[in-house]
Ligand binder design. Sequence first.
Ligand code: SF4
Length: 399
Amino acid sequence: MTSTDTSSPGQAATVFAEPAGTALSLLLGQAADPRSERGVECPGDLPAPSDPDLVARALAAKEKLGERVFILGHHYQRDEVVQFADVTGDSFKLARDAANRPDAEYIVFCGVHFMAESADILTADEQQVLLPDLAAGCSMADMATAEQVEQCWDVLDELGLAERVVPVSYMNSSADIKAFTGKHGGTICTSSNAERALTWAFEQGEQVLFLPDQHLGRNTAVRQLGLSLDDCVLYNPYKPMGGLTADQLRDAKMILWRGHCSVHGRFTKECVDEVRERVPGVNVLVHPECRYEVVESADYVGSTEYIIKTLEAAEPGTKWALGTELNLVRRLANAHPDKQIVFLDKSVCYCSTMNRIDLPHLVWTLESLVAGKPVNRITVAPDTAALAQAALEQMLALP
Ligand code: SF4
């Protein structure tokens, strides 16, 4: 039986030790690693959050830039930022929206680092993708580094498994991991098409290495492909051989990377039981990044876009408990006053790294563009971009 452990890695041999300064440490309020790009603070003069003119300044800068700038807002962004977005969406929709705006000189991505990387990969070289705060990372994406994944592949290769393993990487991964996936003939997936991606992968090989979200991998394999929990093993990059035996690695159908979303991983089965008691007749709707036992006890499971559409189609008077990011839940509750919409957890559950992008950072970014001095540009090296694009194109070609 596989474990759904999402606790922090413990101490291990040096080569497997968790690096300082990951988004996890940012979440925990620890000092950021000065070597990390994302550990740096904003290099410019940020307007004060209390500046009463922030909204007017953002509007003025956006108007001056006109069609030259295209602002993308992820569903989990703050309202104060989303109000300036030209489009909103999940990470894949936004990357595609960016690719569909070749006339925009600047893409301001109000989301997290890996999303801006994907937009850079999918847009023309002359277009600049900017992330208003470089510290806006994704703790899940940071749980699989290129070095760790290469070490894992070496393990599989030494066991003679690499030829039969197909990597499938969630969109929520760094450009390096997407490039690794493309290099080894795998595909990217989203929370909407993970079933198709896995079905395709099992037609190409006998085993799947699923990166970096263990929960999406497990939920899809077991609930949608009909594999058993025993077909899945959890690869811990902080332990030699992932903490697994050669036989375990050889016999598994799904080798799940030990990563998870810090937001969706917080929901528990107890949260579901508690809300059912608190709100009789409630429909529990959760994202597939939630733990297996949460997804199993929910009424509906689906991507962010699925959650939004399900609520749009719901009858007035119905009751919903949502297991997803709190900014989105609040926005949906405001948009559907005819339905009772509650948050699945009793405690606050924002994506803290996503929330780093606030109105002062957006104003700073837009005003820097007006001044002709773009800031916080995200670029992906051409060889990495080419391999990552191959994996993204494979996803687009999924049957
Ligand atoms: S909600 Fe989870 S997966 Fe999405 S950016 Fe935040 S930590 Fe990453």
